[in-house]
Write a protein of this length. Sequence first.
Length: 142
Amino acid sequence: MRLLSYDPWNALQHLQTEIERAFEQPHGFGLSGRGAFPPVNVFRGKDGYVARFEVPGLAPEDLSIETHGRTLTVSGKRETPEPAEGSIHRRECWTGEFSRSLQLPEDAATGNASAECKHGVLTVSIPHREEARPRRISVQAS
């Protein structure tokens, strides 16, 4: 009979991997949070929602933005040219195809969204739906 030995180093590595996975996929709702690409900040302004995606090194023509219902999807491809001579010493920059989808609130008018890419930041503006905007009602004397 062979006895299994306990290796505390492997146990700590496994624990670290599980903790990192939990932070990258909070609540088990798919890829979001740290480690998702491209990283995004979304906030609500008085006129609508703004999503700012960090896409360094990508030109506007490398990006695709689509809406389907309340879902906003940004996708594209980032390529890094291989060195003309020599070999790679270290590679940390991520390359390849990517896609990131966000579920927007019901009052977002995705059909009227606009986008701008400047200095490696893609800004997508989504106005509020007309019926969700506050409107002023005038009071008439009787």
